[in-house]
Design a protein around this ligand. Structure first.
Ligand SMILES: *Cc1c(COP(=O)(O)O)cnc(C)c1O
Length: 476
């Protein structure tokens, strides 16, 4: 085989994937619509693909790239002279490190308290924070959100802040509904209690400063750290995000240093050892080329498309927009007769990926309805009329379908299962019974989502992991 043959084989593998470009995949990917961005990012990645960002003394150019990215993020997001930051592999890692720093800080401040510190988390906060609590041994205190606005209520935060609180999180905006939490009020409450407050601006941080949004960034009193992804609306390739803080002590608390082995002395600012420099270099190049003005134009184009979409949705039968979209994310719920989980399947059949979000029971028993998540990027701009036409058609089809009802027999059987006692083989067997034989997933996912929503949460989580266990198996 020639290298060209290999490359052709590799690119052919992607034939079954959803498209990364063109604006129809409205989750996971962020298309600027500018071919120059793609070419520049590819060139920058190629130039740095063998560089190891593990050691900035061997590769000082990487330190320069990281410092420039942190400076750009700080300038955009209300940073001051003291702002420092860390370039990470993505939003999840930025959020993990913020929680790790807060936990380390709490432990240092409470040396005689061996209880678990708490993480105050609106239910709409990204699961990266739940993962952080799981990994770093904190207890999540779930904060319900207002069922109409989907924003966390400051009173709820005030009621739960205690001396055990290590960190309060707010989102700007939240991923599920694209709405902005009341950052100013929550950060003030946290500050008054002497607790750090993290703003998760992973998805919106590179966008909101160009749209007239409520204050949400590091300039807000009481905000102690902020995460922002470059691989989302920074239009950089995957693998780059920034964690900012105005407190150098806070940053120090998520670093790791050891001289405790016979090898090289180690200092890791992030969770990884070896770190790819390619995505950082690509983000640097894209940022350098687009500049503030370029990002502003892309942000305004995406918002224009979002406004056109929201206005046009009034004419689509059976759907409504949830909350007030603060940026360019839209959450669609169904009215009484339309199930949005069916709508997602109908949209898939018409070439659109609209991400289904199952109904969610809050701690107080109120239920956030099932929604579809639409991330609008600059590339969607020209496609809004086509999207609205396909959505209308899809909605008419979905309106004829009865709501997906999970098999009562399956639910009854599931009620007796304790997920903690199930082995990998047990779960495999259950999934086989449910008709998942390891072949392709069903084309209609609505019944699967309905089942997941109806099962006890720990069991649903165990079964979902089982589905992926089946997906990740080498073919002989
Ligand atoms: C995407 C996202 C994250 C996690 O980022 P990854 O890059 O997917 O790891 C965290 N918070 C919010 C609000 C996000 O949208």
């Amino acid at each position: 085989m020639t290298p060209q043959d290999v490359l052709a084989e590799l690119t052919a593998l992607a034939d079954g994937d959803v498209p990364t470009h063109g604006g129809a995949t409205m989750a996971y990917v962020y298309d600027s619509g500018l071919p120059e961005v793609d070419a520049l990012a590819a060139g920058a990645q190629a130039a740095y693909q063998w560089t190891n960002a593990l050691d900035p003394t061997a590769f000082p150019s990487v330190a320069r790239i990281e410092n420039d990215l942190v400076a750009a993020a700080a300038a955009l997001l209300g940073g001051g002279r003291d702002t420092v930051g860390t370039v990470t592999s993505g939003g999840t890692e930025s959020c993990l490190l913020a929680v790790l720093a807060a936990r380390t800080r709490w432990r240092a401040a409470h040396p005689d308290d061996d209880r678990r510190p708490q993480l105050l988390l609106p239910v709409t906060a990204h699961p990266a924070f739940r993962k952080a609590a799981h990994l770093f041994d904190l207890t999540v205190v779930d904060l319900g959100v207002d069922p109409d606005t989907c924003r966390v209520r400051p009173a709820e935060v005030a009621a739960r802040l205690t001396t055990r609180t290590a960190l309060v999180v707010v989102s700007a905006p939240s991923y599920p509904h694209g709405v902005l939490d009341p950052v100013t009020e929550v950060a003030a409450l946290a500050a008054a209690a002497g607790v750090p407050c993290h703003v998760d601006a992973c998805i919106g941080g590179w966008l909101l400063p160009h749209l007239e949004a409520e204050p949400f960034d590091l300039s807000v009193s009481g905000v102690t750290s902020l995460s922002v992804d470059l691989h989302k609306y920074g239009y950089a390739p995957k693998g780059v995000s920034v964690l900012l803080t105005g407190d150098p002590e806070f940053r120090h608390r998520h670093w790791f240093a050891t001289a405790g082995w016979p090898g090289y002395p180690v200092v890791n600012p992030t969770l990884a050892g070896t770190r790819p420099a390619g995505p950082m270099a690509a983000a640097w190049a894209v940022h350098r080329w687009l500049g503030t003005e370029g990002y502003r134009e892309l942000a305004l184009a995406a918002r224009e498309a979002t406004r056109g979409l929201v206005a046009g949705l009034a004419g689509v039968p059976g759907v409504r927009v949830v909350g007030t979209p603060a940026a360019t994310l839209v959450a669609l719920a169904g009215t009484d007769s339309l199930d949005v989980l069916h709508l997602a399947d109908e949209a898939t059949a018409r070439g659109w990926l609209l991400q289904p979000q199952p109904p969610f029971a809050q701690p107080d028993g109120s239920v956030l309805p099932a929604t579809l998540h639409l991330t609008v990027t600059a590339a969607t701009t020209d496609r809004v009329p086509a999207l609205l036409a396909d959505l209308t058609d899809a909605a008419q089809a979905a309106l004829t379908l009865a709501p997906p009802v999970p098999d009562p027999g399956l639910l009854a059987a599931a009620a007796d299962l304790d997920p903690a006692t199930l082995s990998v083989a047990d779960v495999d067997g259950l999934l086989l019974l449910a008709g998942l034989d390891g072949g392709p997933l069903p084309t209609r996912m609505a019944p699967v989502h309905a089942l997941v929503a109806a099962l006890p949460r720990p069991l649903a989580e165990r079964l979902l992991a089982g589905v992926l266990d089946r997906v990740y198996r080498p073919t002989p």
